[in-house]
Design a binder for this molecule. Structure first.
Ligand code: SF4
Length: 308
């Protein structure tokens, strides 16, 4: 007789508060998926107000009645840290215009620093093994990640032994449209995209939505874009000045001058953009940023210079 496989100590949801992870919470609360012990939201401190409002509502109307505690964890405020010369900053993927006019991009470290790291810390604490305690091999949590079948390629194993990822939407064969239908049925049709307000992976539609729907948040991202023109504040303070300029918009123009309005058919034809590129320019990545499968863009280039 063989030993039974070890069971998870806890079942947690990585709650990004976007469409897919909210669907998982709704389904678990409704008893259509197994019970969750916790949902964990990693707060970068710079989500749009609509995401915080959505999270509050989901907590009040879905999580609390189902006795699923939502734990809000944080490594700091990504916006403040980026502009603080005294703060070590895990960089955002900024679009760089080098001195010779060539494009580049700074390394994306923010997802790991502001999302995965505080979640791992919280899970270690829930398991009773805060860092640097060694966690026994058979002690682990089952972590649910909201990835639907249309983006199954983003499903990845966890990078630590004490977390085992599961993808219940994929297991149930649910697409993003299915998730939207379920959310609509439960009164959450307007679930917003979750991503930092000034994420450089936004497409033009997201930038326009901020500009046209939330003037105060638009002023905030325009001011931030202006403030990061010379790159990372800490690197500058340390003498590693960026040789070139940094921007939030992929056109590498100041955000309030960037071409974020929808191009006319004629303009599209004149620019002859491949369909995929045009789509990404308009929509960015479909679902914001997840700690375990950052949807906010492909791998980053690092073609930019710093002073020695
Ligand atoms: S949303 Fe963008 S800026 Fe925020 S953590 Fe993810 S990749 Fe970084």
């Amino acid at each position: 007789m063989t030993d039974a496989a070890p069971a998870p100590v806890l079942r947690v949801l990585s709650l990004g508060a976007g469409v897919q992870s909210t669907t998982l919470l709704v389904l678990a609360a409704a008893g259509e998926l197994p019970r969750l012990d916790y949902a964990i939201f990693a707060d970068t401190g710079w989500e749009p107000a609509a995401v915080y409002q959505h999270l509050d509502r989901v907590e009040k109307e879905i999580a609390r009645p189902a006795v699923i505690p939502i734990l809000r964890v944080s490594s700091g405020n990504i916006r403040d840290d980026a502009l603080d010369p005294r703060h070590r900053f895990a960089s955002m993927p900024l679009h760089i215009l080098n001195r010779d006019g060539s494009p580049g991009m700074t390394r994306r470290q923010c997802t790991s620093e502001y999302k995965s790291k505080p979640i791992k810390k919280q899970i270690r604490s829930l398991l009773g093994y805060p860092y640097p305690a060694r966690i026994p091999r058979d002690v682990f949590v089952e972590q649910w990640i909201g990835i639907s079948t249309d983006e199954f390629h983003r499903a990845k194993d966890a990078d630590v032994r004490y977390m085992r990822n599961r993808f219940p939407l994929i297991e149930a064969g649910l697409t993003r449209d299915d998730c939207l239908r379920i959310l609509t049925e439960h009164g959450f049709a307007s679930t917003p995209k979750s991503a930092c307000l000034g994420c450089p992976y936004h497409g033009n539609a997201q930038w326009r939505a901020i500009r046209d729907g939330s003037p105060a948040e638009w002023a905030d991202v325009v001011a931030f874009d202006h403030a990061i023109r010379a790159g990372n504040a800490r690197a500058n303070a340390d003498g590693n000045r960026l040789l070139g300029q940094a921007f939030l918009h992929r056109s590498r123009l100041p955000l309030d001058q960037a071409p974020i309005d929808r191009p006319t058919a004629q303009e599209r034809r004149a620019r002859q953009l491949p369909l995929i590129e045009a789509h990404e320019l308009e929509d960015g990545e479909p679902d914001g940023c997840s700690p375990w499968a950052c949807r906010s863009g492909a791998s980053t280039q690092e073609k930019f210079g710093l002073t020695a």
